[in-house]
Design a protein around this ligand. Sequence first.
Ligand code: SF4
Length: 594
Amino acid sequence: MAPADQTRKTASWDSGKATSGDSSTAASGVSDDIASRLLSWYDVHHRELPWRITPIEHARGVRPDPYRIWLSEVMLQQTTVEAVKAYFKVFVEKWPDVEALAAAPTEDVMKAWAGLGYYSRARNLKACADLVAARGGRFPDTETGLRELPGIGAYTSAAITAIAFDRPAAVVDGNVERVISRLFSITTPLSEAKPEIRAHVERMVPGTRPGDFAQAMMDLGATICTPRRPRCMLCPLREDCSAVVSGDPEHFPVRLPKADKPQRHGAAFVAVRADGAILLRKRAEKGLLGGMTEVPTTGWTARIDGATTEAAAPFPADWRHAGRIAHVFTHFALELEVFHAHIKGDAADGHFWSLAHEISGEALPTVMKKAIEAAIPGATKSRRHTVQRGPMTEIRHIVFDIGRVLIHYDPNIPFSRLIPDAEERKWFFDNVCTHDWNIEQDRGRTWEEAEALLIADHPDHAENIRGFRRHWHEMVPHAYDDSVAIMVGLIESGHDVTMLTNFASDTLAEARERFDFLNRPRGVTISGEIGMIKPDRGIYDHHIAAFGLEPAATLFIDDSQKNVDGAKAAGWQSVLFTDAKALQADLERHGIAT
Ligand code: SF4
């Protein structure tokens, strides 16, 4: 039998290894093949993102709104999809079209952008909106025309051209770089390989559906050809991929060792008035965090340290050290000593007071939010809660007991697809769910062993139980953007979110690497104890005590019907998690906008 790698049709044609016939014809044939396989995969597995239209809508003649595509692409520069979703929602609600954004005060746009980082993007966004609105509100539909607008570079112009206008353009983001580097086993370091990567993409872009092709490449990189542990078994391009033949796709893209970032130091001063107002000032328009709001800080920059003691405070007060915060910018890492004082009197020149209920709406960059939070925990959380009073008690705490769901389960594949029959699904949640697997795993059993036990207990449902494990294993760990986005959205809008999980420490480390929100100083609490206490069902009382929760004002979200019932019995409001869309509807039913 021939070794597997000899039987595969790999992308090595492009490395000059095509041996018969006209190589350009062969190349174009393989490219067409790749595009068509990718589009077929995308038709089924595309991510649903709020700025997108689906392939079905596209086939029906629906076209995306260039304003939404432009807005999302600018937001996505340097930011993850999870982080962008919540901001995108706020922007399109406030400013549904480019004229509305152009008419908005810059200050309001900066405030809405606060927390998304890379603030020059927000200034360029506004300048671009102004220009497009002044030209009649239509975005140019070519890369050249788009590149003349503020804040639109090579990548963004290509993305808008392809996605918004369905015109052929080589869209190459980090995901696409990774996929191409692997498909063609590019050994040149990534920083130098970009022209080669672009040339490959240019050859692959199909004449029809170039917009969907661009999005399919991005989705493949985001969900299958991931930086670590690519899911080659599920990949539609597996047969074309030379890296998978090598057995070490993670080796690509090849990167040069990173230079260490310089470490800078400084101090931040959080002055508070008796009514809780915090003293703020605006940064200079130009430069790092230009135009954003800050608490007084010492003069650190990317190149120089600032003073780090209370002696550098902008005015005398009883300054107390409140801790140290760390923040990493693109070119340097910063540590700020935070000082806190209660003061009386007027704001000094160039400073202003922001009342407690206004703080969350200020244009505070993340580093400044961290400084304020170090001094006054919870101060930057929204007081304008999205919770509405209704027939139910107002929800003040949200507890997710779906840690494993977030890590292992793809909400784009809802339980209703894993277990299509509604009766069976109900039975599954009532009797098996993942909870029982978790318990058996906590007892040191493998999934297979747990499955055998479950089948022994429920022989009539053996097929369903086997099918569930098979699906679970085939799909893990996959895209769970929607559920993560819901959690992040809740945290961003100031909800007190606790995430309960029995992650093993290595899984947790991986999760922390993948999801920024797990590293936030506040907003997410991770309980490592739950796995141990779950079987004795002391979970509810334990968490009420451990996290200071008020049962009636707590919404408990779990993927186990048994746990949901237990929480209800303990007086919690509870929701059964089945998929991201259903969760969103349930949250809204409880008066919580997501
Ligand atoms: S086969 Fe694997 S390495 Fe190759 S493109 Fe697909 S996911 Fe990436």
